[in-house]
Every structure is written in structure tokens, then in C-alpha cells.
Design a protein around this ligand. Structure first.
Ligand SMILES: *[C@@H]1O[C@H](CO)[C@@H](O)[C@H](O)[C@H]1NC(C)=O
Ligand SMILES: *[C@@H]1O[C@H](CO)[C@@H](O)[C@H](O)[C@H]1NC(C)=O
Ligand SMILES: *[C@@H]1O[C@H](CO)[C@@H](O)[C@H](O)[C@H]1NC(C)=O
Ligand SMILES: *[C@@H]1O[C@H](CO)[C@@H](O)[C@H](O)[C@H]1NC(C)=O
Ligand SMILES: *[C@@H]1O[C@H](CO)[C@@H](O)[C@H](O)[C@H]1NC(C)=O
Ligand SMILES: *[C@@H]1O[C@H](CO)[C@@H](O)[C@H](O)[C@H]1NC(C)=O
Length: 442
């Protein structure tokens, strides 16, 4: 009778194993491991053993095998399964209670201030930060990590992750001079963030303290980051603009953070136009000016290599985004500066729709006010320009020699984004020839 029971147990175990095997039949490497175990087991069955030992070993082995099978099953890459994405997004949104976290990725002169402002102006439920990573970059420049792109990318990501959950402590470590009791006399472009300029975050300037911020609406004393964090926590949506992230890949842990519902907008622009614009805005582009004057560009020069590196980084990030890997699905949008400039209202609506945040009247009014004025000062950092007029201007300010260099080192990037190459100067300055392919990116 004992023997029959043992036999029954054995058959039950074999049956369970077979059922488990059928469930995971796609995992071929596990199948081979399991069948090895099964063969081992059968060998043991044939070896005479004391009944008690045999029984307990059988049971243990079956238990262990089931543990292995189930652990393999639960470790499976579920995100690869079709239809899973909706569930994940739904789950995430409920965790973050409808909060959205927008990251604007750009390089300088791509209109990122304009797009940042678009979200800054959204309204009372938006907490916006303009280039917080400025502090991190500056401090890392003198540290070993500054030369290690991987390490640097990780630090940038960690600081962003903190800021998105309203934790300023990771950023504080990079602010110089160091904040005292979480109060800092210096935060880069604080005045660009409406949330940091409104009460109660904006405290009246202290009389005998020199440092104060000139927010548009009022002057503020040193920034109490505890108050900033409280304000941040009270807002539903969060947006951060940065020109310092090199590789989209490096953000995967941030995007997968279950506390966040991230949307990434990558802004790109014709690299020929960027160079033309930077030559005006930044003095360090003197080298290019000299080359333009001489008509000769040393192509192995460090400056040209840096341009190529930048173009490659932008392209590789965009390729990751457009490939829509499981961790980025529905969370990435590529926007061309030129499309925003030609059609600011439509593009703004599109971007808002993508983020899942309602397009407020306030943001709409801001666009109307800032894209249709021709008068008024337009400084080099200004977001207030007649955008559609600006978009072709570079063609008449950049020497053809430099255009050729940019096209040579940034060719693949330009092709990906739909920027047409020109092969003679006449085409460059012929306004009736568009250098922009109509292209949809998602
Ligand atoms: C069970 O089998 C293992 C080898 O797989 C053996 O070392 C052990 O002595 C056996 N008996 C018990 C009761 O664990
Ligand atoms: C899931 O699959 C993706 C590719 O589709 C891969 O990059 C990732 O590493 C996998 N994750 C795990 C946990 O295996
Ligand atoms: C760069 O940083 C990464 C991550 O911290 C580290 O694994 C790697 O060894 C570093 N590389 C060099 C050359 O120091
Ligand atoms: C900063 O604000 C917090 C929160 O209101 C307050 O408790 C703290 O005393 C303030 N710090 C300073 C130095 O005023
Ligand atoms: C802005 O530029 C566009 C294109 O050049 C032009 O159609 C529009 O009238 C300009 N806006 C104003 C207010 O001048
Ligand atoms: C500009 O391009 C158009 C279309 O290719 C052409 O018809 C026109 O002659 C060109 N203008 C000049 C000045 O080359």
C-alpha cells in the first residue's frame, strides 16, 4: 500500500513536470536544463534507495524543480509580450496619480528654451526646471567623472530622478557654493522657472545680502530648496529641460522608475543652422569663424571631431527612441525645430497631446503672444522671435565651406532627420529650394 502511494506520488511529480514543461515550451534553454534534471531523476528512480530517503528526495527535487520553473516563469521578459504595454502604462499612471513627468532633451540652439517655456507657461499645476544639470556639469568638469561619459550619464540621470520626485538633495551636492541648511544663493537661471519665482518659494530679498534673483514678477531672496520641494510636491506635472544628456540609453532606469510617468521629447535641428547660430551666440566658435575667413577647414581638428561626436550622439539617441524599445514605448517623441518654427501652435498641441497634459489656454495665449510679434528686442537667448522667419536665416549667414564640413561629418544624422544636403552655394542661398523634407517621426 505504501508502495502504491509512492508510485502515485512519482507519477504526480512527473505529470506536474510535464505540464510545467508545456507551459514554458518556448524557453528552450530551460527545457534543456529541465530535461537534464528529469533524466537525472529517472536514473535515481532506478537506483534502489531506502523508501523514506527516496520519498523525501523525490518530493524535495520536485519542489526545487517547481521553484526553478516558477522563478523562470516570473523572471520572464513579460514586456516583450504583445499587448503588455497598455497594462504597464495604465499601472504606472495609477501609481503616479495622473502626474506626468516631461523631459525635454536637446542641444543648444534647438529651440529648447521655447519648448521649455511652453510647459513653464502651462499653469498652476506645472513645476518646471530650466537646466538644473548646469550645476552638475560644472562641478564634474573638474572631477574624474567629467571625462567618463558613462559615469557622467549615470550621475545626470540620478539627479534628474531625484528632481522628478521633488528631491533636491542629489542636486544640492553639485551646487557651488554649497547650500546652507538647504538654502542656496545661486541656482542657475532660477528666473526661468515660474514655480521658483512665485510665493511662497520666492521670499523677499534680505537687505544686507547682495545675492538676489531678478524674477520677472519680483525680486527674490536666496532660494530655500525645502520650500521649492514643497512647491514641487504640490504640483501635478513636472517638466525639466536639459541640453546635457548625451545618450538616451542612459535614461532607461529613470524611464522605468514606477513612481514616474515619463514622456521624453527630443528636439533636433539642422546641424548647419545650429553651427550658424552658435557662431553668433558663443565666442568659442571663433575657430569656425577663422576657418570660414580662410576658406580652409582642417578636418582632423578637435573642433570638427567634437561636432561629429555631437551629431553621432544625437543620431544614436534618436535611433533608440524611434526604434521604440519596450521601455520607451509611447514615451518618446522626436520634434524638429523647423517644424515648430513653421507651425508653433499645431506642434505645441501635438506635444501636449503626447504628454497627456491638457493644452491650457494660458499656454495657448503665450504662443500667440510670442510667435507673432516682429517688434521688440530679440536677444540671442530670446524665445520671443518671429519663429517662421528665423528658420531659413542661417542659409545666408554661413559660408558654404562650413556647410560642406557639417554635411561631411553630420551626413547620417541629417539624412535621418530629413535635412537635405546641398552641393553648391547657389542651392544653399536659393530660397525657393527647401532644405527640409516633410517627415513624420512617430
Ligand atoms: C537525496 O539525494 C542527494 C543527491 O541528489 C543525496 O546527497 C542525499 O543524501 C539524498 N537523500 C536525502 C535524504 O537528502
Ligand atoms: C527584455 O528584452 C529586451 C529586448 O526586447 C532586452 O533589451 C532586455 O534586456 C530584456 N530584459 C530582461 C530582463 O531580460
Ligand atoms: C567609467 O564609469 C563607469 C561607470 O561608473 C565604470 O564602470 C567604468 O569603468 C569607467 N571607465 C573608465 C575608463 O574609468
Ligand atoms: C526653509 O523652509 C522650510 C520650510 O518652510 C523651513 O522649515 C526652514 O526653516 C527654511 N530654512 C531657512 C534657512 O529659512
Ligand atoms: C512672421 O513671419 C511669417 C513668415 O515670414 C509672416 O507670415 C508673419 O506675418 C510674421 N508675423 C508678423 C506678426 O509679422
Ligand atoms: C532657384 O531654384 C529654382 C528651382 O530649382 C530655379 O527655378 C531658380 O532658377 C533658382 N534661382 C536661382 C537664382 O538660381
Amino acid at each position: 500500500m505504501n508502495k502504491t502511494r509512492r508510485m502515485k506520488t512519482k507519477y504526480a511529480i512527473v505529470f506536474i513536470c510535464i505540464v510545467a514543461l508545456v507551459i514554458i515550451e518556448k524557453e528552450s534553454n530551460i527545457i534543456s536544463r529541465v530535461s537534464d534534471k528529469l533524466i537525472q531523476r529517472q536514473n535515481q528512480v532506478q537506483t534502489p534507495q531506502t523508501p523514506v530517503d527516496h520519498n523525501s528526495n523525490d518530493t524535495n527535487m520536485a519542489l526545487n524543480m517547481l521553484k526553478l520553473l516558477f522563478s523562470k516563469l516570473t523572471n520572464r521578459n513579460f514586456s516583450d509580450l504583445p499587448g503588455d504595454q497598455e497594462d504597464k502604462t495604465w499601472d504606472r499612471s495609477s501609481l503616479s496619480r495622473g502626474q506626468k513627468h516631461i523631459l525635454l532633451l536637446a542641444t543648444t540652439r534647438t529651440g529648447s528654451s521655447f519648448v521649455g517655456e511652453l510647459f513653464n507657461q502651462h499653469g498652476d499645476d506645472m513645476f518646471y526646471l530650466y537646466e538644473p544639470l548646469w550645476h552638475v556639469e560644472r562641478m564634474l568638469a573638474s572631477a574624474a567623472e567629467g571625462n567618463n561619459a558613462t559615469a557622467q550619464g549615470g550621475i545626470y540621470r540620478d539627479v534628474l530622478q531625484g528632481l522628478f520626485v521633488c528631491d533636491f538633495i542629489p542636486l544640492e551636492r553639485f551646487i557651488y557654493p554649497s547650500p546652507k541648511e538647504h538654502v542656496t544663493a545661486m541656482l542657475f537661471r532660477r528666473e526661468s522657472s515660474l514655480s521658483l519665482c512665485e510665493e511662497p518659494v520666492c521670499t523677499p530679498p534680505v537687505k544686507d545680502v547682495v545675492e538676489s534673483y531678478h524674477c520677472k514678477i519680483r525680486r527674490c531672496g536666496p532660494l530655500n530648496l525645502t520650500l521649492a520641494a514643497e512647491s514641487c510636491l504640490s504640483k501635478q506635472h513636472h517638466a525639466i529641460k536639459t541640453v546635457r544628456i548625451r545618450q538616451l540609453d542612459s535614461l532607461q532606469p529613470l524611464v522605468e522608475d514606477p513612481r514616474l510617468d515619463i514622456r521624453i521629447i527630443q528636439l533636433v535641428r539642422d546641424p548647419r543652422a545650429i553651427l550658424a547660430s552658435r557662431m553668433v551666440a558663443f565666442s568659442m566658435y571663433q575657430t569656425w569663424k577663422t576657418w570660414a575667413h580662410d576658406g580652409q577647414v582642417p578636418e582632423d581638428d578637435e573642433v570638427v571631431k567634437r561636432l561629429q561626436g555631437n551629431c553621432d550622439n544625437i543620431r544614436m539617441s534618436a535611433e533608440v527612441g524611434l526604434r521604440q524599445p519596450h521601455w520607451l514605448r509611447g514615451r518618446y517623441m522626436l520634434v524638429r525645430y523647423e517644424d515648430i518654427a513653421r507651425n508653433p501652435m499645431e506642434k505645441a498641441q501635438e506635444m501636449y497631446r503626447f504628454t497627456g497634459i491638457p493644452f491650457s489656454d494660458k499656454a495657448r495665449d503665450w504662443i500667440v503672444r510670442n510667435t507673432q510679434t516682429t517688434s521688440g528686442p530679440s536677444g540671442v537667448y530670446s524665445t520671443q522671435k518671429n519663429s517662421s522667419e528665423q528658420v531659413e536665416k542661417w542659409r545666408f549667414s554661413i559660408p558654404f565651406t562650413l556647410v560642406q564640413v557639417v554635411q561631411k561629418v553630420c551626413g547620417p544624422t541629417m539624412r535621418l532627420f530629413g535635412y537635405k544636403l546641398v552641393h553648391d552655394e547657389k542651392t544653399l542661398v536659393n530660397k525657393s529650394i527647401s532644405l527640409l523634407e516633410e517627415k513624420m517621426f512617430y
